[in-house]
Design a protein. Structure first.
Length: 86
């Protein structure tokens, strides 16, 4: 039986699927704009749906802001908080 991935690895794997300009072996910087590495508006919606499915959480309306999706760090913090509460 496979052990579950730690949160950060699972988050990066999920995020990576939606970033067009990040190579498979390249790390995703925490403070770089996600838009600058390939996340567009449709990608943001798909990422939101993927996060909700992968982590079994629902992002509240208050979290659906450009700031939440600005960088890996901002998004990871929101998702980590939701996972901790669930």
């Amino acid at each position: 039986m496979e052990s579950p991935l730690p949160f950060r690895e699972k988050f990066e794997e999920t995020l990576r699927r939606h970033l067009r300009f990040v190579a498979p072996d390249e790390s995703i910087p925490h403070e770089v704009s996600l838009a600058s590495i390939g996340l567009d508006s449709i990608g943001t919606i798909n990422l939101l749906l993927d996060i909700e499915k992968t982590f079994s959480v629902s992002l509240p309306g208050a979290a659906l802001t450009p700031e939440t999706f600005r960088t890996r760090a901002t998004l990871e913090n929101v998702v980590a908080t939701l996972v901790e509460r669930s």
